[in-house]
Design a protein around this ligand. Structure first.
Ligand code: UD1
Length: 429
């Protein structure tokens, strides 16, 4: 198993290119199941989760060609995938694959919409709370699918196709909104989703579906209207930049000090997080090429933040912000409102000497001057990168174990950071 070795203490200075968003690339790849024509996706990040989804789609008979590197391309420049679901040979998504990545459960939507049947294992994924799929099932049920749970599988059928309906989510859910939107694109009649998730990745997927011939309006707001169409066709779409990767590197710079340009990043995708960073003493400057992040001289100020659905502060940046606050000049409070149990990084951050107290869904962080490097363990995707942020500012050496969590969501992390002056290397095996 690979490990990452970091020697802390260096400032970050330079340029970090931001990759395509994992959380858009995954549903976009799944949307390819809705048509028998080819969907071309540009700027797809090279991540373990993307490779795993390629395998899962392959199991359904989907053909994926990844266009070769062009001269001058860096390995972390996004790849172009040509995805063809001309022949779906199997509508079952087995436990062995779905249990490795929660988002792969979402194949249930295009399969039921296009093939009128699907059998999909209940998901696994990051260990951050119970993460049920009841609202996804509710949405498909509203659209007229017959659903049953049998031996760990959701078995769905709609022999006469799906029918448009009103879907009112009792809780904002990204997964539920993706599933409802994809399924409703091929339903008969109109679907209105209320209390829809407003995350930019939802709007990106809607954009792509519209290029494929869908009729979706309102994506990006809490009310999405979908007029079902009979068939979707091929299209070409570029994955939007990863706002979580952007926020993560911005926090790394805030932690170490220095001056880094995050190229390709778009400030409107993470304004809430940028506002928090400004409050913490970071200078944020939007430029034509991306976002410039700097912290020179000034210390880190403490903040009080609660995670919330978009446009609020993202839960996917909570662990990173906590790492930053371990060195703030004062006491911070971070409240996690989206996922219960998303605090596995707390005990690992404590290994650096951080002072964090947990009380229900709120963590109180008492900033200290110096962290000390330590051997630590990555527990989930975002938690693991918070350990990297802590390590970059810690005195001495840190060894991050179980980095496969990092590889699921961060493209060539060690290259991007070492290019800006960090002492970081991957140790294979
Ligand atoms: C997506 C993101 C993940 C991010 C999360 C919240 C992807 C691949 N993953 O996850 O990185 O942290 O949004 O921004 O895009 N819930 C239910 N029943 C359901 C579905 C969800 O109760 O059927 C609950 C969840 O347990 C959670 C909340 O709703 O408490 C939000 O979950 P959701 O927005 O669906 O997250 P994901 O789509 O799984």
């Amino acid at each position: 198993m690979d490990r990452i070795r970091i020697v802390g203490g260096n400032q970050l200075n330079g340029v970090i290119p931001i990759s395509g968003a994992k959380n858009a690339a995954l549903p976009l790849m799944i949307a390819a199941l809705l048509t028998d024509e080819t969907l071309i996706l540009d700027n797809v990040p090279r991540l373990a989760d993307v490779a795993l989804l390629q395998r899962i789609l392959g199991n359904h008979g989907v053909d994926i060609m990844s266009a070769g590197k062009r001269p001058g391309d860096h390995e972390y420049q996004g790849q172009t995938l040509h995805i063809s679901a001309a022949n779906i040979i199997d509508t079952t998504a087995p436990y062995e694959l779905v249990s490795k990545m929660r988002a792969s459960f979402w194949v249930i939507a295009p399969l039921i919409a296009r093939c009128r049947e699907a059998k999909v294992s209940l998901p696994g994924g990051c260990a951050i709370g119970t993460r049920p799929v009841d609202l996804l099932i509710m949405a498909l049920d509203k659209l007229g699918a017959k659903l049953a749970i049998d031996a760990g599988y959701v078995v769905a059928s709609a022999p006469d196709g799906l029918t448009g309906a009103g879907i009112d989510f009792p809780k904002v859910t990204v997964s539920g909104t993706h599933v409802a939107m994809m399924a409703a694109s091929l339903a008969r009649g109109t679907t209105v989703i209320t209390n829809a998730a407003r995350e930019p990745e939802i709007a990106d997927v809607a954009d792509c579906l519209n290029k494929m011939g869908a009729r979706i309006s309102g994506a990006g707001t809490s009310r999405i209207v979908i007029e079902g169409v009979k068939k979707l066709h091929g299209a070409r779409h570029q994955v939007l930049p990863d706002r979580i990767e952007t926020g993560t590197y911005a926090m790394a710079v805030a932690m170490t000090g220095g001056d880094v340009l995050l190229t390709g990043a778009r400030p409107e995708l993470l304004q809430a997080a940028l506002d928090v960073l400004i409050e913490a003493g970071t200078t944020i400057t939007p430029t034509n090429e991306g976002i410039r992040v700097a912290r020179n001289g000034a210390g880190i100020s403490p903040v009080d933040v609660a995670t919330a659905p978009f446009p609020g502060f993202p839960t996917d940046l909570q662990a990173q912000l906590m790492a930053l606050m371990t060195r703030a000049k004062g006491t911070s409070h971070l409240t996690e409102t989206i996922f219960e149990n998303r605090f596995m990084h707390v005990q690992e951050l404590a290994r650096f000497g951080a002072r964090i107290q947990l009380d229900g869904e709120t963590a109180t962080i008492e900033g200290i001057d110096k962290l000390r490097g330590a051997p630590v363990m990555a527990t989930d995707l975002r938690a693991s990168v918070s350990l990297v942020i802590a390590a970059l500012a810690a005195e001495g050496e840190t060894m991050v174990n179980r980095v496969y969590h990092l590889d699921r969501g961060f493209e060539r992390l060690e290259d991007k950071l070492s290019a800006c002056g960090a002492t970081i290397e991957r140790i294979s095996g």
